[in-house]
Structures are given as structure tokens and as C-alpha cells.
Design a protein around this ligand. Structure first.
Ligand SMILES: O=C([O-])CC(=O)C(=O)O
Length: 160
């Protein structure tokens, strides 16, 4: 998938919602990625993230509302490698990741607010496929999301 979010915004101004006010970092080996939204809402507990990325993710992007916490990492190289094996397009995390050198080698989009070396707790908490909101955008399961170094946008219909 080759695209630039700026072009998508220009061409589909009436259809896109644009995340604003957040400073994203792109850690994955895939710089531009997009697909159908699957959501997880959790706080410093990556149980649902690990579970979802262990399922088939072809054409899908996992959007994680981690409450903006940078206190632990909701994804690292092991979970990300599993996501690649299962065909996920990418992961967008309103929260943190770790193992950044390894993430850069994977054919996966990984956009987060930052990184931190400590792992997440796993107590089985978190919600799957509910609407999540950050950066002024509500991400709905089944809608579409596109991300690159310029930012993150969503749309109710596929743009590519
Ligand atoms: O296991 C975790 O919670 C996160 C991690 O470091 C990995 O995915 O390798």
C-alpha cells in the first residue's frame, strides 16, 4: 500500500477525520499503512492487544486507546512479530511501545506516542471493539484508518 495521508486529506476532505494535537512516532518497518479498524481500550495492560494480534489481521489495523500512558509498553517485538505472522497491516497506539530497533525491521506499521523499556502488566483487562476517542477523532470498529509520518486519519469508507 503506497499513499500519503496529505493526498488522502486533499482528495477526500469531506470524508476524513484527522487526529490533531498529538505528536506521533512511527517505529514500524512499514511507513504508510491502513485498513479496517479493530479497537482495543486498555490502560497499562496489553492482554487484549496480545490476544487480537494473535488472530487474523489481513486488511486490518489495531487502534489502541491506551489512555495516553507512557509508563509501560503495550507492544514489543514478540507481539509485533506475531502480528506480522497474522497479516496485520499495522498498529496505532495512544500509548507506548518498546523494542524499537526490532520493530523497525518488521513489515508492520507501528505508530505510537513514544517508547519506554518496561513491559505492560497482563491482568486480562481491557475492552475489544468499542468506539475509542483520542486526538479529537472517534475510531469506530469497521471504519477505516490510514497513517504515515504525516499523521493519522480515519474515514467511514475505504479510501484506497
Ligand atoms: O510482551 C509484552 O508485553 C510486550 C513485549 O515486550 C513484546 O511484545 O515483546
Amino acid at each position: 500500500m503506497t499513499f500519503v495521508t496529505c493526498d488522502l486529506c486533499d482528495e477526500h476532505a469531506d470524508k476524513v477525520s484527522v487526529v490533531t494535537g498529538l505528536n506521533w512516532f512511527s517505529y514500524g518497518g512499514r511507513q504508510a499503512f491502513g485498513g479496517e479498524i479493530v479497537t482495543v481500550k486498555c490502560f497499562e495492560d496489553n492482554s487484549r492487544v496480545k490476544e487480537q494480534l494473535a488472530t487474523d489481521g489481513k486488511g486490518k489495523v489495531l487502534v489502541v486507546d491506551g489512555g495516553g500512558s507512557l509508563r509501560n509498553a503495550l507492544i514489543g517485538d514478540m507481539i509485533a512479530e506475531n502480528a506480522v505472522s497474522n497479516g496485520w497491516e499495522g498498529v496505532i497506539i495512544y500509548g507506548a511501545c518498546r523494542d524499537v530497533r526490532e520493530l523497525a525491521k518488521l513489515d508492520l506499521g507501528v505508530v505510537t506516542l513514544g517508547c519506554v523499556p518496561i513491559k505492560s502488566v497482563r491482568r486480562g483487562e481491557g475492552q475489544l471493539n468499542i468506539d475509542v476517542t483520542f486526538g479529537g477523532v472517534t475510531f469506530r470498529p469497521g471504519d477505516f484508518v490510514y497513517a504515515d509520518a504525516n499523521g493519522v486519519i480515519s474515514s467511514t469508507e475505504a479510501l484506497l
